[in-house]
Design a protein around this ligand. Structure first.
Ligand SMILES: [Zn+2]
Ligand SMILES: [Zn+2]
Length: 374
């Protein structure tokens, strides 16, 4: 489908630019300031719109959440990334144009509410895909890593990666409040739904950040009895935790969390969300017999240490989880809409991107910073 005259010729985007003798910006990018390599500033650039490729969908982006994982691009620590690159994999917008191979598909109507999350598509043919485990695809793409992401007014999304969103999702949430559900939300939701538990079980959520404040909401609405553990937060955080659905709040800087939880028989579910290996290691002995510990943070500050005896004598399970694909995200959005799960966000314009990104990296976001394109 060709672009209609209603669409603009150019759009703004926040990109991470790396210029080197081996990487040359493509001709349709107007670069305001060039950067020499990793750890260089984010820059606002202007790009020209093009007609989407046959299997692409053009999204008019309305909101794009900043995820901690954006730092892999900014610091050049994710293998195979080419620059310049626009990050952003918590994207919500509306379909503006559709590639020729996707025309006529009811999911891809112009104007439809849609988004893009962490998984940028899978091949559907490799051994992993043939077993239905699409997130394990040998050639899976990552939105904002493999191709340009959503920190831009417009974004080109492979049709396979489009997350279809129901209009009713906007009844009680803004575009910005929906965006973090496409990575942080989908991760927290999937961590709980793939962990073994029964309604009424005790669930301990470690951390109060972008993932943690969503994990509390999902767990409570699934029927788990939720206790949230976090260090050194003022009393108001207790009120916040309770308002999100936690049944109790434990300040780990003043309370021995493991003793407190074990006095109750232990936690059947422990969801570790804050990326601090020492905090995670310290809380693991709170697990109940036959309990499950699920790790979803991106702790890279050292190894998580776990006692062999703790695990085998309790017949406990150590479970890892990472974000799924578009259908998993659609399930998360449906549940969130039904149960009123909503991220707490702060909105930023693309020109304020550096401040918003810096706050996320400094753990100062409360709780997700989202770039909006009104
Ligand atoms: Zn993410
Ligand atoms: Zn595959």
């Amino acid at each position: 489908m060709a672009l209609t005259s209603a669409l603009p010729k150019t759009y703004k985007a926040g990109a991470y630019l790396v210029l080197s003798p081996f990487v040359v910006p493509v001709a349709d990018i107007v670069i305001s300031i060039s950067c020499a390599g990793p750890h260089e500033p984010w820059e606002v650039i202007t790009k020209e719109l093009r007609t989407p490729a046959p299997n692409e969908v053009l999204l008019r982006v309305h909101a794009s959440g900043i995820c901690n994982s954006d730092h892999f691009v900014a610091e050049g620590t994710w293998p195979g990334i080419s620059y310049p690159r626009i990050t952003g994999h918590e994207v919500v917008g509306r379909i503006a144009a559709v590639g020729s191979a996707l025309e006529g598909d009811a999911r891809f109507k112009v104007g439809a509410l849609a988004g893009a999350g962490w998984n940028g598509g899978y091949c559907g043919r490799c051994e992993y895909c043939r077993q239905g485990e699409y997130w394990t695809c040998a050639t899976a793409a990552v939105t904002g890593f493999t191709f340009d992401g959503g920190h831009a007014e417009y974004m080109y999304v492979p049709g396979m990666a489009i997350v279809s969103l129901p209009e009713e999702a906007l009844q009680n949430a803004s575009y910005a409040e929906l965006a973090p559900l496409l990575c942080a939300g989908c991760t927290a939701f999937g961590a709980i739904t793939t962990t073994k538990w029964k309604p009424g079980d005790l669930c301990l959520v470690q951390g109060i950040g972008g993932l943690g404040h969503l994990a509390v909401q999902f767990a409570a609405r699934c029927g788990l009895k939720v206790r949230r553990s976090t260090p050194s937060h003022p009393v108001s955080k207790r009120d916040l935790a309770l308002s999100l659905g936690a049944h109790e709040y434990i300040d780990s800087s003043t309370t021995d969390v493991v003793s407190a939880i074990q006095a109750l028989g232990g936690a059947q579910v422990i969801i570790c969300t804050a990326p601090y290996a020492k905090h995670i290691s310290a809380i693991l002995p709170a697990v109940a017999k036959n309990g499950t510990i699920t790790l979803i943070s991106a702790a890279t500050d050292g190894p998580v240490e776990v006692s062999n005896v703790l695990m085998n004598m309790n017949r406990a399970t150590l479970h890892g989880f990472a974000c799924g694909c578009a259908p998993d995200t659609e399930q998360c959005i449906r549940f969130s809409t039904l149960q009123g799960v909503k991220p707490m966000v702060q909105e930023f314009l693309v020109e304020q991107f550096t401040d918003a990104y810096t706050a996320v990296m400094a753990n100062k976001a409360r709780f997700r910073n989202v770039v909006v394109f009104p």
